[in-house]
Design a protein. Sequence first.
Length: 376
Amino acid sequence: MKKIQMVDLATQYQGIKSEIDAAIQEVLDSSVYIGGPVVERFQQSLESYLNVKHVIPCANGTDALQIAMMALDLKPGDEVITPSFTYIATTEVIALLGLTPVFVDVDPKTFCLDPSKIEAAVTSKTKAIVPVHLYGQGCDMDAIMEIAQKYKLFVIEDNAQGIGSDYYSQKNGTQKLGTIGDIGCTSFFPSKNLGCYGDGGAIFTNNDELAVQLRMVANHGQKVRYQHEVIGCNSRLDAIQAAVLTVKLPKLDEYIAARVKVADFYDRVLGASDKIEIPHRDGKSKHVFHQYTVQLKGADRDALQTYLASKDIPSMIYYPFPAHKQGMFQSFNLGELDLPVTEELTKHVISFPIHTEMTEEQQTFICSEILNFINA
């Protein structure tokens, strides 16, 4: 049996090697490494796939979030509501810009921002909500958008883990995650469902004026060369990464289907144990399984992880420390913040390998060893 990995990018590459090599060679032959037709082609293809008016490629997902907040002209002291149970980039950029993160608890089943907790966190200083579509499942965007409209708040979707997911809105029909709020952000980190071979990211919006601002901020604050209208940054998706993404984008739905098939197998086998709570699928969006993350009930997570490692089975804990307890936020005096669901999840979640190249033999072995430990 082939070595099990959390993500097997090498095998995925072998399946598309000729297309990838030709696409990269096209960039090398043109010697246009920044901007140019290859980046424009990917941008237009992604706009079409997402059915969104504007895609602004950038250097990475963290930059995407920062650029979004800068384009909205948020000021130091403005409050931004977001979950604490997420990768640190989501909250890091809030503090980086001098804004105030306001942490709200998540839903115990979906792990996504709990809309029922948002309204109580709104103050006169609140300017935006940043929902995170965690592990590949969407937040309850209908409820979040309703709150945002009520209080006139911006919504920035952190869609680094949910690219390609459909959201089934009761009001607006089927929409792609990342295209529902004012701005959507994503990452093309190699391990993502749509990943490049380095760093990359993108920003989405259907608002023409916002698109102008986003492009300006990402390009040193300029629309016309050497005329810098606002403070910006330098964040670009290079042409080689765009070439890779152009090859992989038409395969994204196929990749998602492969991940869902893996998740279905895990569900059938692991779902039979009363000590494992398999991922909840709430039906409001299509779970695209960037991660397959379970909650352990009455089982020792650290011991399980050690046991699996002894069998050459990798596993990960996303995320063992909530954002509101990180040292970088000490100045916000969050020590007394009560987020019971977040606290519980950090103690009990664990993620098992999931990717497009997994075999049934690998999954059978993984599940067998998990259950061997759980039932011992």
